[in-house]
Design a protein around this ligand. Structure first.
Ligand code: BG6
Length: 505
């Protein structure tokens, strides 16, 4: 180790050990749209080690060359950084493809043999990360194959072996526990990386900087000063071509259980003793363990389904008319819920979470709404236009932060109105943010698990969602909302009943 370099100093770029990245399901959407472009971006930024091999595995009759052509196209289309032929040429020399089905022993034997070969040819030192970009139903068989062939064994390989598991981690607590047990049987706990790509977003990590690097916010970050928190993840797109997945999943399992509860945990957690994985996950877990599902499920959960409507000047169809969706589907495409954190810091502060497809625009934000001043030495008419103070973290788009507060309107009268102070990443920094997958893939190869939820976090999140899903399954239907509008009326009523209203992001 370089004696002049403090291992905690993360400013200098860190380059992983030589290694192989094996992607199962490499012909799928995620691999094409996110993973391969992320590999290219890392290569372009000089963050891949000299001995790096990308190995695709899928049921296609392809050779190395076919895969390289598809991968090149994917990188060209999806990369964040400029596409450069010389970078691609270097990467292309280390691209391999192995055809095979997941239950094909011979194909996995060949994979194990190929891993040994590239150790010799590319100096990958026995290091490999396996990315399971496959349907959850295929996890057991792939894990068994890895166990059978000894591929997951650090000691046998002489290097490190890691596995990356994509969400959904099960569909309820029981299945998540089963899945966790299965993965933990084959890989050591420190070698399992569960991806929640929201944690790879720069703005989400900035929440930690905002809260714990400043003195300004922490003293008011509690129930004495905060009235409520609203976390919104809205999308204008529909379910695109994912009916098969979505019909089984719905908005609560797809987004609320993972992305939104993780955002809530980062907003509500106590300060970790350091930013290493153990300390960070411990604090997040404490919050997730203190979240209770609403007692009054009828009042504090809302589900909706988009109906036909207009978006960006175009007519779009309703969910039930989407390809491969049942005409009487009860799957929710919108979910909203009121949660509380049972700790002294947060007692009585509602956290309103909502997510939906076919809403007016794509926006994710965390809005912290402060209590009104206990006394206003103004006449009522002076402050008619004054709302509550708000701190809004804009996760995407327009990444940044807004602080809203009251200010005097210029003139001889005393009139106070809301104004906003804005911080925009694009203006404050010249460097653009890495894509979430770019950041997370690099962390996997570096063995840094700070931004990956622990299995206990996943299970605690299901403990919040399961009673809601059960309640919904017992009867009733999602309320229809018109595509291009902000969700069902019941969601507005839920907040109105508490004397509040949703922010219009
Ligand atoms: C995924 C969900 O996890 O996140 C999708 O499965 C959703 O339904 C997507 O569209 C949104 O991600 P992002 O990064 O575009 O906000």
């Amino acid at each position: 180790m370089n004696p002049l370099r403090d291992p905690r100093d993360r400013r200098l770029p860190r380059v992983p050990d030589p290694c192989v990245l094996v992607v199962f399901g490499v012909t799928g959407d995620l691999a094409r749209k996110k993973l391969i472009p992320a590999v290219y971006d890392l290569a372009n930024r000089g963050l891949l080690p000299p001995g790096f091999v990308l190995l695709g595995f899928a049921r296609r009759d392809w050779g190395d060359g076919d895969f390289e052509t598809v991968a090149k196209e994917a990188a060209r289309k999806g990369a964040r950084t400029e596409f450069r032929d010389d970078v691609w040429q270097r990467l292309a020399e280390a691209i391999r493809f192995l055809p095979g089905a997941f239950d094909d022993d011979a194909a996995f034997d060949k994979l194990a043999e190929t891993l040994r070969e590239v150790d010799a040819s590319h100096g990958t030192l026995g290091n490999a990360a396996f990315y399971l970009s496959i349907p959850p139903a295929a996890f057991p068989v792939v894990l068994q194959q890895m166990e059978r062939t000894g591929m997951a064994d650090n000691a046998r390989s002489g290097g490190w072996r890691r596995v990356v598991v994509e969400k959904p981690f099960g569909h309820d607590l029981g299945s998540a526990q089963e899945l966790n047990q299965m993965v933990d049987k084959v890989f050591g706990a420190q070698d399992v990386f569960r991806i929640d790509h929201y944690l790879g977003k720069e703005t989400v990590q900035n929440l930690l900087a905002l809260r714990f690097a400043n003195t300004l916010f922490e003293p008011i970050w509690n129930a004495h000063h905060i009235d409520s928190v609203q976390i919104t993840m809205a999308e204008d797109v529909g379910i695109e071509s994912r009916a098969g997945f979505y019909e089984e999943t719905g908005a609560a399992r797809d987004v609320l259980q993972n992305h939104l509860l993780q955002l809530m945990a980062l907003t509500a957690m106590e300060e970790p003793s350091s930013f290493d994985a153990e300390a960070l996950r411990t604090e997040k877990r404490k919050v997730l363990g203190a979240i209770r599902p609403p007692k009054d499920l009828a009042r504090y959960t809302v589900r909706g389904q988009y109906d036909q409507g207009w978006l960006a000047g175009q007519r779009v169809s309703g969910y039930r008319s989407e390809k491969d969706v049942a005409a009487d589907s009860r799957t929710e495409t919108y979910a909203a819920v009121r949660l509380e954190v049972e700790t002294r810091r947060w007692a009585g502060v509602p956290f309103y979470l909502r997510t939906g497809k076919r809403l007016p625009r794509r926006v994710t934000e965390i809005a912290v709404l402060f209590r009104k001043a206990p006394h206003l030495p103004f006449s009522k008419t002076d402050t008619e236009e004054l709302g509550s103070n708000q701190l809004v973290v804009r996760v995407q788009p327009d990444e940044g932060m807004t602080l809203r507060f009251g200010s005097k309107v210029p003139g001889s009268a005393m009139e106070v109105r809301d104004v906003a102070m804005d911080f925009l990443y694009g203006e404050a920094f010249t460097e653009s943010s890495p894509e979430a997958y770019e950041r997370l893939l690099l962390d996997v190869l570096l063995g840094d698990a700070s931004l990956f939820p622990h299995n206990q976090e996943v299970e605690d999140s299901w403990r919040v969602i399961d009673p809601i899903e059960q309640f919904w399954a017992e009867g009733g239907e999602p309320e229809l909302y018109r595509a291009g509008e902000w969700g069902p009326a019941a969601a507005d009523e839920m907040l109105a009943g508490d004397g509040r209203a949703w922010r219009r992001p």
